[in-house]
Design a protein around this ligand. Structure first.
Ligand code: NAD
Length: 484
């Protein structure tokens, strides 16, 4: 069955679907969250929580729904696909316990900005838009290494030079919409960043430069969401009889912690399991440093060892032990989190990484290392070094990344580097390994993690030692030596 609103009636009973009377689409929603970056993760996470809420609340209360915003030319495919399906799509949750297909209805509209920028600004400036949320990836914030707006970025330049008539960046679009709201006397919306950045709300605020009336709650978001592959569409068609142009595949775990700071209100997400708190940092530290840092560490070493999929790599006892050791090293830098035991959290992560039913790819985790490695590892390394605690495994993760950035594996076959800094990283990695007997990663580490870390002689020395070993006995043997 091709997925549309009308087709909901004829889907097999095994498929979960919206229990609310959705056909009226736009009119059904009272308040909008306009979301920039409608990819896999937004649709497996924020949309699911909001769909839970719409299901739970029936016809009463204030109804919130999403209007997708496509900013980039490449978002046209998502726009076309969702529009054809009345903005419905399927989430396929898979683990050893679950194989569930669920149609999500919380997106009720979509604006594709490149077709008409002013229409998009008008939509964001409309009084019914109370929240603008984002999952535009780490690089979508267009920050330089100091965390300021990167005015060298061509899209940022275009926004500044064009006076925001046709904003090309998420931040530019937000500023244009807030400017129009202010001119028309409409109060500001809340900006809700759901990207994996430490203090993501503060980062968005810093780049947007608007502090008087707008709020930027920090959030911690969690649900492993691989890229959609043809295989996932085939499973949906075979097991659940749904033909969906762009479903989402995800694990069965999900978590969302949000700072309670909304200038125009928010959905009652707390009723559907979202934790609304005053301070997100303890949760965010734990998740970013363990899950995201663990993912990055896992990706480069495992690709160098010849793996493609996350679960296959985790099935290798040495690699699983490496990730366990990495967690152990990082735990002393975490704040205590109410009701959460760090060892249990780590065990659960090992189980989640090992999930063989979602077929997450190591390449997805390896993307954009220049942002991810800094966001998830730098501060932990600096703190551990200062306290005289071990950074040996974190150093191995960085050595593997540097080795990877050369762009060739141990057989000399090409490795793809997907990163805005790809060319620079390869140059820096080649420089670091110019003398294989005496590698020098200092400049690489300075460029990606900053001077403070490059000045940590102990850590730089450890990375150097690991690199020397990798170049002489190979990645696998080096990994074994470190975990022994
Ligand atoms: P995706 O590739 O499916 O979607 C990314 C979206 O961001 C697309 O809509 C794309 O058009 C948009 N985008 C990319 N670059 C942009 C830019 N420069 N400006 C504006 N928009 C841009 O990826 P995803 O899996 O949805 O992940 C998106 C982000 O969500 C991640 O980078 C991460 O910060 C966060 N996240 C993802 C996961 C996960 O498991 N996938 C988990 C937690 C958090």
């Amino acid at each position: 069955v091709e997925l549309t609103q009308a087709a909901l009636k004829v889907l097999p009973p095994s498929v979960l679907k919206p229990a609310y009377a959705r056909p009226v689409a736009k009119a059904y929603v009272d308040k909008y969250i306009c979301h920039m970056g409608v990819g896999g993760f937004h649709r497996s996470h924020q949309c699911v929580y909001t769909d839970d809420l719409l299901n739970a609340q029936g016809s009463g209360g204030v109804r919130w729904g999403f209007c997708g915003i496509g900013l980039m030319d490449w978002d046209r495919k998502m726009y076309d696909t969702l529009k054809k399906q009345d903005y419905l799509y399927t989430v396929l949750s898979r683990s050893s316990k679950t194989n569930e297909a669920r149609v999500i209805g919380s997106i009720v509209d979509f604006v594709f900005a490149p077709d008409d920028h002013q229409h998009c600004i008008d939509r964001l400036a409309d009084p019914s838009t109370c929240i603008v949320s984002l999952t535009v990836t780490e690089k979508g914030y267009c920050q330089n290494s100091e965390g300021d707006l990167d005015t060298e970025n061509p899209f940022v330049r275009a926004d500044l030079d064009g006076n925001l008539a046709k904003p090309k960046t998420a931040i530019g679009m937000i500023v244009a919409a807030l400017r129009q709201r202010r001119a028309k006397g409409v109060p500001s919306f809340t900006v809700l960043s759901c990207d994996n950045l430490p203090e993501n709300g503060d980062k968005a605020k810093h780049c947007a430069w608007i502090s008087a009336n707008t709020t930027f709650p920090n959030t911690m978001v969690d649900r492993i969401t691989p890229m959609t592959e043809q295989e996932h569409k085939d499973i949906l068609a075979r097991d659940h009889l749904i033909l969906d142009g762009w479903p989402v595949i995800a694990e069965d775990f999900m978590q969302w912690v949000v700072e309670n700071d909304f200038c125009l209100g928010c959905p009652e997400w707390d009723k559907v399991g979202v934790l609304m708190v005053n301070d997100v940092r303890p949760y965010e530290f734990m998740k970013l440093r363990l899950l995201n840092g663990g993912h990055s560490a896992l990706s480069y070493m495992s690709i160098l060892c010849g793996y493609t999929y996350v679960d296959d790599a985790m099935a290798n006892a040495d690699i699983a032990a490496y990730i366990g050791r990495l967690f152990h090293e990082v735990v002393p830098t975490l704040m205590s989190v109410p009701g959460v035991s760090a060892p249990e959290y780590c065990d659960k992560l090992i189980e989640r990484f090992s999930n063989p039913y979602i077929k997450d790819k190591l390449m997805r985790l390896a993307e954009d290392g220049s942002k991810k490695m800094q966001n998830t590892m730098r501060d932990a390394i600096l703190e551990l070094q200062k306290r005289g605690l071990s950074t040996k495994v974190l150093a191995l993760a960085n050595a593997a990344w540097i080795r990877y950035c050369v762009g060739k594996d141990e057989n000399g076959d090409p490795l793809e580097i997907k990163d805005p800094m790809a060319a620079a990283l390869t140059k820096l990695a080649e420089h670091a390994l110019a003398d294989v007997k005496n590698p020098d990663p200092t400049e690489f580490l300075r460029q990606v993690h900053g001077q403070d870390l490059a000045a940590c002689a102990g850590f730089v020395g450890e990375v150097k030692g690991h690199l020397r070993s990798m170049m002489s006995i190979g990645s696998k043997a080096t990994l074994q030596a470190v975990i022994e």
